[in-house]
Ligand binder design. Structure first.
Ligand SMILES: CC(C)(COP(=O)(O)OP(=O)(O)OC[C@H]1O[C@@H](n2cnc3c(N)ncnc32)[C@H](O)[C@@H]1OP(=O)(O)O)[C@@H](O)C(=O)NCCC(=O)NCCS
Length: 412
């Protein structure tokens, strides 16, 4: 491409025998090596009906894939969603529209399949707004000074260390009870679970001694589990080990309390980190000194893009009963239009209308507020949303807010 020729990417689904090139491009894009066995590992994971590549001639120079998932929205209620991942373009072909063409292919496919919203994790903030995505779910990392931890009361029930096979059978039901009640949560496939539990090994992944704890209530019901790693360390004969929580899932408040208490009380541990948690963690409220828990970082995690405004907005419930006309502006021509949203706690309708708009919003701003985690007020103050009738922003704010705050604990 150094000859001055203008290159236009060709984007199409990848063929099975092109997967090795696809994986190579993906790993170059994310600055990762290519361990033996990775292509076959990913072959079992990707859906070739939704795995795209960009080409220059026969040279593969871009990757992107998507998967169908179920996203819990405020209600709580599930809606069908497109989860996009693995987006890369070779450094030799960047900034010539390859990503744009692949994103358009995946969004078009998702819309055609009846998926009402698309979600992704953005590697860099400035990439995806142009495609209609807005930051919708925040994540947080917590640090816990375990020496300062005193629980206000002792948890009931019991945490046992278990083998992966035990969690393989117990975790799905526990997670699904949490998922259907938590806005922002998505499906975890059997494959995802097996990778997380180490039953399926990821080629090249660092070997880590992962421990698995299963919580049972006093009557013996499995209600939560934790995956953690502890790293041994000593500081001049003083214990200084660190414990890192990869996943803590609790379907009852008691399970939550007991699993955190268990992790905070593992001997020889001086510091604890929990990553990919929600921004409204309950833990500080269980302690005599809530400052033993520090939110070490907070970041945009899941970005959302509406594909079908009536389907997405009618799919959730609203904190107050109201009716608003929303004018949605979509540069990519997928979801724009003027819609009457009439909703409340028991359900909602959303239909095209010619009535005057109360609010005008670009589709990425609507993606940000869709799950109730971001504020219409803030977007209005930032000039991202126009208020066309008095108090429309305040009414939308009251309708769209979600308790609990949306949270997604699942990487994809
Ligand atoms: C991010 C990446 C996929 C972009 O691919 P690309 O083919 O260069 O993107 P496009 O040419 O389609 O870019 C479309 C627009 O987005 C902009 N853009 C693309 N990547 C951007 C970035 N990282 N930061 C800011 N703007 C970016 C382009 O400038 C272009 O803007 P324009 O329409 O105003 O000209 C590529 O740079 C890459 O592989 N990066 C490393 C891996 C990565 O970060 N992947 C994203 C995972 S979520």
């Amino acid at each position: 491409m150094g000859d001055g020729t203008v290159w236009h990417p060709t984007v199409r689904l990848v063929e099975p025998d092109e997967l090795a090139d696809w994986v190579r491009c993906l790993r170059i894009g994310f600055h990762q090596d290519e361990p033996d066995g990775l292509v076959e590992h990913l072959r079992a994971e990707v859906d070739l009906d939704r795995t795209w590549a960009a080409f220059e001639g026969s040279d593969l120079c871009g990757t992107l894939r998507s998967a169908a998932t179920s996203l819990t929205v405020p209600g709580p209620a599930p809606v069908p969603a497109t989860a996009i991942s693995s987006a890369t373009v070779a450094p030799t072909h960047r900034r010539r529209g390859a990503l744009s063409a692949m994103v358009d292919a995946a969004l078009g496919f998702g819309k055609e399949a009846g998926e009402v919203v698309s979600i992704l994790v953005a590697a860099e903030y400035p990439i995806y707004g142009r495609f209609g995505f807005g930051p919708a779910i925040e994540g947080a990392v917590y640090h816990v000074d375990v020496r300062a931890v005193r629980f206000r009361r002792r948890a009931v029930g019991h945490v046992a260390l278990v083998e992966p096979e035990t969690l393989r059978s117990e975790a799905p039901a526990i997670y699904d009870r949490v998922r259907v009640a938590q806005p922002g949560a998505i499906d975890r496939s059997p494959r995802w679970r097996d990778v997380a539990l180490g039953i399926v090994e990821v080629p090249g992944a660092p070997a880590a001694a992962t421990r698995l704890g299963l919580y049972r209530s006093p009557s013996g019901v499995p209600e939560g589990y934790v995956r953690y790693q502890a790293k041994q360390d000593w500081d001049q004969m003083r214990p200084n080990s660190q414990l890192s929580i990869d996943d803590l899932v609790a379907s009852t408040p008691e399970a939550y309390h007991a699993l955190w208490q268990f992790c905070c009380e593992v001997d020889l541990v001086r510091s604890l980190e929990a990553w990919q948690r929600g921004v409204d963690e309950t833990l500080p409220w269980l302690l005599e000194d809530g400052r033993a828990v520090r939110q070490a970082s907070r970041f945009d995690f899941i970005w959302a893009r509406l594909l079908d405004v009536p389907g997405a907005l009618a799919g959730r419930r609203y904190a107050t009963s109201d009716a608003l006309v929303l004018e949605v502006v979509d540069q990519r021509g997928l979801a724009g239009g003027r819609y009457l949203l009439d909703g409340g706690r028991d359900g909602a309708t959303c239909t095209a209308t010619t009535a005057a708009a109360d609010l005008v919003a670009p589709v990425d701003a609507l993606g940000s507020v869709y799950l109730g985690g971001m504020s219409w007020h803030v977007l209005h103050r930032a000039g991202r949303v126009d208020e066309e009738s008095p108090s429309a922003v305040a009414r939308a704010e009251a309708m769209f807010r979600s308790a609990p705050v949306p949270w997604c604990s699942t990487w994809f």
